[in-house]
Design a protein around this ligand. Structure first.
Ligand code: MD3
Ligand code: FE
Length: 220
């Protein structure tokens, strides 16, 4: 919630003034995840036990500084052969863990709040950042249908999100994201370049020197 001397505490986390349009199809829902953070963190612990965080290698042979895991029917992976979604964790050969119910509820409520009713995510990529970790500018193009939005939930340390245009060279806006913020990207913003600046070490009360980002997609 924005700090406001005249706030009367009667608003939901998603009151209109906390929905910021950052593009024609993209909105930041400030604090929208706060009411369910405890459930999200216990869901995350279950997911991590079945499918541990790991550092993937890009097709070009670089190890990503972000550690990743997945839940849901499909998981996103990268290796020397390319980027793709698959039904199994290549580390264990097991199906990815199911999406915890609290994850699905929040993803659907967020999409609806941003104007994308009927969102049915089948993939949740979980990114873990530590101080110094960054995500360079990229587009998300491995999903089958660009008509569905992507929902992203930020937990733990704050980050500066880079929101570019449809060409890599377009100037990127810097959007600060903090614990509990949710961003929904769809429509004409779905294929915009984006990234995350290297994280500063500003330890968070619940998560310490980590940032977790859940990204919900319709991949298949
Ligand atoms: C903007 N993750 O996993 S939020 C990613 O904070 C990724 O971990 C970032 O970019 C993170 O691919 C950023 C997710 C996000 C996903 C798709 C987008 C932002 C987007 C598509 C278009 C514009
Ligand atoms: Fe992305």
């Amino acid at each position: 919630m924005t700090f406001d001397l005249f706030s009367d505490d009667l608003e939901d986390a998603a009151s209109p003034r906390d929905k910021e349009a950052i593009g024609p199809g993209a909105s930041v829902l400030r604090g929208f995840a706060l009411p369910c953070v405890d459930e999200l963190l216990s869901g995350l612990r279950e997911v991590e036990q079945r499918a541990a965080f790991r550092h993937l290698v890009t097709p070009g042979g670089f190890t990503m500084s972000v550690a990743m895991t997945n839940c849901g029917r499909l998981g996103w992976i990268s290796d020397r052969r390319g980027y793709r979604y698959g039904e199994h964790d290549p580390e264990t050969g097991l199906p990815w863990p199911a999406m915890p119910a609290a994850f699905v509820r929040l993803a659907q409520a967020s999409a609806a709040e941003a104007g994308f009713g009927g969102f049915e995510p089948d993939a949740c990529l979980v990114n873990r950042y530590e101080p110094g970790t960054r995500l360079s500018l990229h587009q998300d193009k491995d999903e089958r249908d660009y008509g569905a939005p992507i929902v992203s939930v930020s937990l733990g340390m704050p980050a500066t999100f880079l929101f570019g245009g449809l060409a890599r060279s377009d100037k990127a806006a810097r959007i600060p994201l903090v614990h509990g913020d949710v961003v929904v990207w769809g429509g004409p913003d779905r294929l915009r370049y984006h990234g995350v600046l290297p994280l500063e070490d500003r330890p968070h009360a619940l998560l310490g020197s980590r940032r977790i980002n859940l990204t919900f997609r319709k991949a298949g």
